[in-house]
Each structure stands twice: as C-alpha cells, then as structure tokens.
Ligand binder design. Structure first.
Ligand SMILES: *Cc1c(COP(=O)(O)O)cnc(C)c1O
Length: 375
C-alpha cells in the first residue's frame, strides 16, 4: 500500500530530543525553539519568527494582534482549511468568502475589492499547495483600504512570490508544522511578524499576557501580567524534532520537487489528450511541491479514480469541502459574489501521494495506475 502521507523525519531528531530529555530542558522557548526561530528568520528574512503550537494558533495570535473584534469582516477564499476562518470567528468576526481562481485554486484577487465594506478589517490569503496568491495586487488593495493582511502560509514554507518568501509579505504569516506538511513537529506552527513594532505585543500574547520573554532576555528583572494572552508556545522537544528537518530543508525540498516533476512529466500526455488537468504554477512563483494534484472531469470521475487507485493499493484523497457550504460556514460567514469555481473545481481535485521518502519508482507506479484508469 502506498500511503498518502508519511510524516517527515530527519535522523538527528532522536538525538536532539534525547538531549532535551537528559538536560531536563523540555518546556517552551528552549535552545531548539530559538534555533528554529532563527533558522526561519534567516531563511525568509522576516523581522521575527515565533514558533507556536500550531498554524491554527499562529492565526489566532494574528487575529488578536490585528485587534479583530465582534462584527469585523475578514475576506478569505471559500476553498481553504477551517482554521483560516475559525481564528477570526473566535473573535466574533465574520468570514467573507470569495471565489477562487481555477488555475491555482487560490483566492481570486480581482474579487476582493468588491467584497470590502466599512466593516472589513483584514484579508487572509491562503497559498494553496505552496503556490503564492497574487500578493502585489492583494497588498495594494490592503494599503488603499487600510486593511491588515494575514497570510495563511500553512503550506508555503520554502515557497516564494517574486523572490519573497511566503508568509513575509503580509503583516503576519502563519506556517504549519503539522505532520501532513513539508516539515513537521507533530503539531506545531510559526507566526512570522513582518514589522519590528509588532513583535513585543506578539511575545506577550504568546506568553500568557506576560512580559516573560523580556525577562528571559534579561531586559527586566521580574515579569508580570501586562495584557491579554494565552499559551501558544510549544515544548522544546517538538522544536528539536523540527530542527533536525530544517537542517536538511534543501534536501527535503529537492526530494519533493523531484517527485512533483516526475508526476508532471509522466502525466503530461494525459493532460495533452484532454483527459485530466495538472497544477499550474505561475512563472513568478517558486513552489515547494507541497502537493501534487490532478483534476478529473467531475466528481463522479474523481470518485471512480480514487477507487481505482485504492484497488491498486494507492491512497489518494480529495480536499476541502468549500467553507461556505459547510454548516459552520453558513452559520458564521457569508459568500460574496458568485461561486463559479470553488465548488466545481474542488469537486474535481484528487491529491496523489507526496512525501519525503516517496520514491521515483512509486511515482511511476502511481502514474501507471492513473493512466490505466484513463485507458
Ligand atoms: C494545515 C493547514 C492549517 C492548519 O495547520 P495546523 O498546524 O494543523 O493548525 C491551516 N491552514 C491551511 C491552509 C492548512 O493547510
């Protein structure tokens, strides 16, 4: 059976975790958390990275930092994971869903401006499959209407838009290190903060509303409760697991990209024959091979394809049920405009196995199975 995902693992992780255990350094903000933060800062060029317990929590932090309040509106794609919306719903805000582009499955940037009202406070673009949204357009709209931009870059570490790392373009960026992502710590994430001026508030929110981070740096001699906050910092053991992968981040990225390219080349004849569609990566976007998906004709064909692959011992899955059609999406949010692509395109999409360790032979075998389905 070829699994759909295998959690990424780098050999050094076991030693690093052992070191945490033996040194009795297991709580948050230890040496490995710092190393991960610094690695991400150096790699992406963000002013500050704070490791968190999840991408969901990083987005919740961003919603607090952006001072999202009851009745505020946040514009986001209808095709995304629930956390993009939940982080704002928890603050009493209303997610306003817009349609996606059929080529990248990202929010259609040309539909954002029409969805803006006097209640709009933020835009939350999601970089689907690690392929960037049209950030120049989104940032220009945000500037014109004085909106905060919170990038859901859960899938976007190592990807760029016009040379800029995803997660560093908006005011805040959120990474995920869940086990289904390119780099993992089991459960975990990171908040990227573009502007130095927002760092202190973020440190306070992450440390239960205290100025403990300043205390740890020796900048004050006792710490106290200074604002609202929660606990968003992961154990250093989780950070140790992640850091081992960051040390070989290029190797992991190359591995995935090689699999991705092999899928693409192998399946290109099927696309050219008009049987399936393949992912589209715009010229100015460098991606991280987070995902390889194909699009079938419609939902019936996709269901049959997934069954055919399962019969051949290959696990493939589909993705998000559009949020505006879900019970909570209908309760908390609204869709602005027309659903031309979100439902239709999401129903055609099937994700093929993709992970660090998947072999070229396996990719070839999977492609043969896809071809035999369409033969
Ligand atoms: C995985 C994912 C999340 C959630 O990440 P967690 O770290 O599990 O909280 C949020 N948004 C998107 C687009 C994701 O793919």
């Amino acid at each position: 059976m070829i699994k759909f995902n295998v959690p990424p693992y780098a050999e050094k992780a076991a030693d690093y975790i052992k070191e945490c255990v033996e040194n009795q350094k297991i709580c948050g903000d230890g040496a490995y958390t710092r190393k991960c933060n610094e690695w991400i800062e150096a790699k992406t060029g963000t002013a500050k990275c704070l490791l968190t317990t999840s991408c969901t929590h990083a987005t919740e932090m961003a919603a607090l930092l952006a001072d999202i309040k009851e009745g505020d509106e946040v514009i986001m794609p209808a095709y995304t994971f629930v956390s993009t919306a939940n982080a704002f719903v928890l603050r009493g805000a209303i997610p306003v869903f817009v349609d996606i582009r059929p080529d990248t499955m990202n929010m259609d940037e040309t539909l954002i401006e029409a969805a803006i009202t006097e209640k709009t406070k933020a835009i939350a673009p999601v970089h689907y499959a690690g392929v960037a949204c049209e950030m120049d357009t989104i940032m220009a709209i945000a500037k014109k209407h004085n909106l905060v931009v919170i990038e859901d870059a859960a899938q976007g570490i190592m990807s760029t838009y016009k040379g800029k790392a995803l997660g560093t373009i908006g005011d805040y960026g959120c990474f995920s290190f869940h086990e289904t992502k390119n780099y993992s710590m089991g459960e975990g994430g990171a908040l990227l903060i573009r502007d130095e001026k927002n760092v202190e508030a973020a440190e306070i929110i992450r440390e239960k509303g205290t100025n403990r981070s300043k205390y740890y740096r020796g900048q004050i001699d006792k710490y106290t409760w200074v604002d609202y906050g929660s606990s968003y910092l992961p154990s250093d053991m989780n950070a140790a697991y992640l850091y081992a992968q960051l040390e070989i981040a290029e190797e992991i990225n190359e591995w995935r990209l090689n699999c991705w390219k092999r899928y693409y080349e192998n399946l290109l004849p099927l696309k050219e024959a008009g049987k399936i569609e393949l992912p589209i990566v715009p010229q100015h976007c460098e991606h991280n091979a987070h995902m390889f998906y194909i699009k079938a004709k419609d939902i019936e064909e996709r269901t049959a394809l997934i069954e055919h692959l399962a019969y051949n011992e290959i696990l493939s899955v589909f993705h998000y049920i559009p949020l505006h059609t879900s019970p909570a999406g209908q309760k908390f949010g609204r869709f602005h405009g027309e659903d031309r692509y979100t439902t239709r395109e999401s129903e055609r999409l099937a994700r093929l196995p993709m992970y660090y360790g998947l072999t070229i032979e396996q990719v070839d075998y999977i492609c043969d199975a896809v071809k035999s389905f369409y033969a």
